[in-house]
Design a protein around this ligand. Structure first.
Ligand SMILES: [Zn+2]
Length: 526
């Protein structure tokens, strides 16, 4: 306690009064603070005395707000106090020379600020738990910032996080007050103002609930149907600022922009969107992933998957580069198609005037969501498949606490899995996808030959191995390793896709053996 003075002064500068300090055995030094000028004893602020915080000298664990009796004034003051506390710690650490390259110091600061965030959650809980539905909603939104317990990159980020939480608490306090005055407001917010014919009936939550080939036969708009079914089921209209008719307008335009290719078409877009949603919702329900995701994350996945192959010309990056296409020139031969899909999607968004990534939450900013969409789509490039899968496998192995898994890496890998995931579908559907992709590859091979290039065997209808054998290679060496890391996280939700994968492999192997037997017989007979 020798440095009590140095502990007190920074708080005083920030308008906080230290009202006591003590040591907790094995847990370090603690100090009790309240906003300056408030009586720490008597009256309604008395419970504040029991709030304890990690001191700057030891940065020990953050203490406990014991009271459930804080009124709204006390709550606001406590939130402000937490915010000042966070600022002060950030300033201290920035000044500290020890910070340079000291991982341990950052970890301590991380822990302390994590405690501050925890106290904020407790405070809003005290305030809102007895109120209407907003209590649960507020807690859910708060998890955007606190639930994933991610490591902070820098101290500015820590401060920002606490400030944002503060704003959210105030935001929901405002809602709670409004709700008291106008009991009808909840109803008007919850009920959907529009319906998309058919989309409400789709069974999007089970792995074999929707067959996109069937859906396409019925409505010719499988992507819009799947997209809007997810949108409505998850009530994304309450989160997203875009008007419902604008969202529908945009996704319809996206769907029309997919060409009628054998494989890279609107059905593939619907399929990838559907699979990703299954992964997202299943993962959200796994014990280790509680509060890891919010609907803002779903918005990112949904937009990324729906647009990820928009305008695909039915040839791959290699073709575009070696034929010196205008697209390859525009994107410097790098991830040509992926860049094109991203740019096309955002140009269309601008043209249609639909703010699909603008949402009602104070944070994260929509620019960061846009960046995630860009990163996710760039990671669908097969050129980064190997490094992506390896990085993710390591990340999963390293983080036994699932909450620590890097979210962007996870979402890139899951969307990539969905993109190459047709072998996880029932045999009949997978056979259809395999036939279509082979058709598209051979058509490219034909064009290459016409232009004087030599296609790789996979694209050459005269030199390619049988579909069975090439699919066995694809399933064993591309799909299975990607699926392995993902399946470990999905719990029982991995079973249905896993069974399909095994079925498909068995079918292809039987076909390959049959081919070999026929070839052997004809060779023996000649
Ligand atoms: Zn794709």
């Amino acid at each position: 306690m020798g440095n009590a003075h140095s502990i007190c002064s920074p708080f005083a500068e920030e308008g906080l009064a230290v009202i006591g300090q003590h040591e907790v055995a094995g847990a370090g030094d603690f100090i009790d603070i309240v906003p300056k000028g408030l009586s720490p004893t008597g009256g309604r602020l008395a419970p504040v005395r029991s709030a304890t915080f990690g001191s700057l000298s030891s940065l020990g664990p953050v203490g406990h707000v014991a009271s459930s009796d804080l009124d709204s004034q006390g709550l606001g003051q406590m939130c402000d106090a937490f915010e000042l506390m966070a600022k002060r710690i950030a300033v201290r650490y920035r000044q500290s020379a020890q910070l340079q390259g000291s991982e341990a110091e950052l970890q301590i600061a991380d822990g302390v600020l994590g405690g501050v965030a925890h106290q904020l959650r407790r405070l809003q809980h005290f305030k809102l738990r007895s109120n209407t539905w907003q209590g649960g909603e507020a807690a859910r939104w708060l998890n955007i910032f606190t639930g994933n317990r991610k490591r902070f990159k820098n101290l500015a980020e820590i401060v920002r996080k606490v400030q944002v939480e503060n704003r959210i608490v105030k935001h929901w306090q405002g809602h709670a007050l409004l709700g008291d005055k106008d009991p009808g407001s909840c109803q008007s917010l919850c009920s959907s103002p529009w319906e998309v014919p058919g989309s409400g009936k789709l069974d999007i939550d089970s792995w074999d609930g929707v067959d996109v080939f069937q859906l396409d036969k019925e409505c010719q708009q499988p992507l819009a149907q799947v997209f809007m079914a997810i949108w409505q089921t998850r009530k994304l209209g309450q989160l997203c600022k875009a008007k419902p008719h604008k969202v529908l307008d945009y996704i319809t335009a996206v769907e029309s922009s997919y060409k009628q290719n054998p494989y890279h078409n609107r059905l593939h877009a619907a399929e990838v969107t559907l699979s990703s949603y299954y992964f997202w919702s299943s993962l959200s329900e796994q014990p280790g992933f509680q509060d890891y995701f919010t609907e803002v994350d779903l918005l990112v996945w949904l937009v990324s998957t729906a647009v990820h192959d928009i305008g695909h010309p039915a040839v791959n990056n290699d073709f575009l580069v070696k034929t010196k296409s205008s697209l390859a020139l525009r994107y410097h031969d790098r991830a040509v198609l992926e860049n094109f899909h991203i740019a096309t999607a955002f140009e269309l968004m601008k043209e249609k005037g639909v703010a699909l990534l603008d949402h009602n939450m104070p944070s994260p900013p929509s620019s960061s969501l846009r960046n995630r969409v860009v990163e996710i789509i760039l990671a669908t490039d097969m050129a980064v498949h190997k490094s992506l899968v390896e990085d993710f496998a390591k990340e999963v192995q390293r983080n036994k606490n699932r909450q620590d898994i890097d979210k962007l890496l996870l979402e890139k890998t899951f969307v990539h899995m969905a993109d190459i995931g047709h072998p996880l579908r029932p045999v009949v559907q997978h056979q259809e996808w395999a036939t279509r992709v082979t058709q598209e590859f051979f058509a490219q091979g034909d064009r290459e030959k016409d232009l004087g290039f030599t296609p790789i065997p996979l694209f050459d209808r005269e030199k390619a191995t049988s579909m069975a054998k090439s699919q066995i290679g694809f399933l064993n060496f591309v799909v299975a390793p990607t699926w392995a890391a993902i399946a470990t996280l999905l719990g029982t939700a991995a079973l249905a896709p896993q069974i399909c994968l095994q079925d498909n492999l068995r079918v292809w192997k039987a076909m390959a053996e049959e081919e070999d037997a026929v070839a052997k017989a004809s060779a023996g007979g000649s």
